[in-house]
Design a binder for this molecule. Sequence first.
Ligand SMILES: C[S@@+](CC[C@H](N)C(=O)[O-])C[C@H]1O[C@@H](n2cnc3c(N)ncnc32)[C@H](O)[C@@H]1O
Length: 330
Amino acid sequence: MSAFEIAEMETSEFVQWQSFLELKTGMWLPEARKSFLLASLNRHMREMGIENYQNFYSMLNTGRVSSLDWSKIVDSLTVHETCFYRDETSLKLVSNYCRNKVQKGFRHESENAQQIHLWSVGCSTGEESYSLAIEMDKLSFSLSGSHGQKFYYGVTGIDVSYPSLAIAREGIYDNKKLETISQTTKNHYFEPLDNGFLQVKEFVRDRTCFIQGNILELENKNESSYDVIYCQNVMIYFRQEKKEAILKSLIKKLKPRGLLVLGHGELGNFETHDLIKVDNKNCLAFIKNENYKTDTKEKFSKQIKFSSESKYNKQNKYNKQKNLSRMELS
Ligand SMILES: C[S@@+](CC[C@H](N)C(=O)[O-])C[C@H]1O[C@@H](n2cnc3c(N)ncnc32)[C@H](O)[C@@H]1O
């Protein structure tokens, strides 16, 4: 076999790697991604002079690789694919939600500046966070005529991958990466650099920050809470019980009546009273129920399926919630 040939892997061995990776990273590697795993393992094995999967496995399993190598390996097994304006419909939903929230704030507390804090979870190389920031800047511009009232926004991106975050912080992208952005937006929000690349302008970067973190360990991360949590194409890499745990911590970080946006079909078969589904067939989004109580750990697991309420009560409550979420987003 040549040095660049990728060796086959027995099914039993693949299952061993699947369990190992889930234990160490939380991510579940489906069978469909086996070739991705093999290509990545082979690249590391060549670099580290390791002869076969079993030797590599026992090295990792017994902690005989440095933490730097380990983080490189995990990073190469993670999908970082992203782009600007990846889901325009969801971005529009966020924008409408924020517009309504800010305008309501202007009406009720006219002397106070309005603030919106958005969280881009699994932000990868930053395109999603900057798309949100650009939408917020456009919103701020369109609201600026309202009697001098101020609107401030901030976007925080979080990702487990250090190399992705380094790219996100610089905000420098190949022109090809900006194909999904209109020319007017490109001109307004990006600075052409000498090397043909473009950089997100400073006034947008100033409103955006990036932090390293694992969404499976959010409980210990920071105390902030957010008006909007945007988490797309991340939960697909986790099995149902992990998704539910992630969702639970995202809900905790959301302000009352805050907006949670997920990717289509990312949640699986899951329901909770803590979230009210937004009535929009093109987006998977929820408003946090204002009756949510943080101290009800047990309650969460009990609520996964709607419990023993009478049919009448359920329907009544559902209609009321649906109307509320419509008002928020119309
Ligand atoms: C496919 S990208 C999605 C990027 C962006 N959200 C989008 O939709 O375009 C998934 C990102 O989730 C990050 N990720 C995976 N597991 C994570 C974890 N446990 N904690 C934080 N980020 C994670 C990966 O590093 C990767 O950058």
